[in-house]
Design a binder for this molecule. Sequence first.
Ligand code: GDP
Ligand code: MN
Length: 381
Amino acid sequence: MDLLEYQGKSLFARIGVPVPDGRVAATPEEARDAAAELGGTVVVKAQVQVGGRGKAGGIKLAANPEEAYARAEEILGMNIKGHVVKKLWIEKASNIKAEYYASFTLDRSAKKHLGMISAKGGMDIEQVAAEEPEAVVKVHIDPVIGLPNWQATEMVYRAKLDPEAARGAIKLLKKLYQAFVEFDCDLVEVNPLILTEEGDVVALDSKVALDENGFFRHPDFPNFAMEHDIPPVERMAKDRGLNFIKLDGDVGIIGNGAGLVMSTLDVVSLVGGKAANFLDVGGGAGADTITNALEILMQDPQVKTVLINIFGGITRGDLVAQGIVEAFRRLDLPWPIVVRLDGTNAEEGRRILGEVQSEKLIPAATMREAAEKAVRLAEVS
Ligand code: GDP
Ligand code: MN
């Protein structure tokens, strides 16, 4: 789960990574009040789950509460790369002397954590890495040992940060790594990490991706999602434990396993159609899961046909079929459903499906045949 900047900073603050003081605001009035409370110049920052807000005009300075009100009015409702701004983070402005970059992530192939640091911060790090690879220092960290002082020191010196930033940067890196590990993150990124005129080293931005597999250790983390602006259908799918992504075509796709669902999207596109979504019911889906999945697709008015593509391994064809039968019994399904069932207990599944007395249920023997039928039906409906 990707956190918004202010959420990431709240985690940083919990563990002692220095961040400027700030407040969340959803209206110009709240922004004005926040600025008055914080005092002095503030920065009004759009809270959207996408980078490059600065360049897009989503980050502006305000010298007093009235200016904060005006800047908030400008930024709220702004569309930044497809994300509409509904929330702001009002933060005490910093006096920036230098901007750096730092991050921790996983390097799966090395089976280690990867720390990155650069004296070239505040800009697109991918671009820095492409144009000046030597400007981005990378170190592998043994997850069993953690980040020792010597290694944090090495990072800072090799990246050639300003000497006066060294002490603060080493301390911040250690805290940032601690946050990365303790909060079970896939990524913590700070761009820019700044040196202030006063000599402090502070995280001015935050990008935090939490590993949801670690949520059992952090019972409060699912609450972060409540503050995200997720479309109702996606929220419903999430609540029911399904992986759902909305796309812009008209063929609803349900499959078991991300790989199979992706292949199904490809085959639908190969035969001239466009998928309305990606819905992975995962491995070992039972009857309820399938009924749930169909119920979710009913919320999408763009769907014209549905293609259920199951290749059973752990997932059992008979259970999938029961789920489809149950959906036909309980829901008023508005579209034709093409079903391709293969693998474990597929024969039994097809026998169960044979009991459904509806011309809306269309069997298909292969993935290609299923895709063709679903796409043709979408064209005529
Ligand atoms: P991003 O563009 O989405 O990555 O947003 P950032 O939080 O990284 O902000 C972009 C840029 O805005 C930073 O690199 C800074 O140059 C500038 N900025 C952000 N906060 C402050 C601040 O408190 N004072 C000043 N002077 N500039 C700021
Ligand atoms: Mn940034």
